[in-house]
Design a protein around this ligand. Structure first.
Ligand SMILES: [Zn+2]
Length: 50
């Protein structure tokens, strides 16, 4: 099990978040917190399902 996932743009550890879709399904996504990164504040979906 990986401890963390790094951003594909800036290579820093991403923050994992959880949200609930309209259908009630809970899903996880990652957020990059590097302000200079192209992916900053955009959610990166986690494709792997549990
Ligand atoms: Zn980034």
């Amino acid at each position: 099990m990986r401890g963390f996932v790094t951003c594909g743009c800036c290579d820093t550890p991403l923050r994992s978040c959880y949200s609930t879709s309209n259908s009630g399904k809970r899903y996880a996504y990652y957020l990059c917190q590097t302000k200079d990164c192209d992916a900053y504040a955009s959610s990166l979906p986690i494709s792997a399902e549990q």
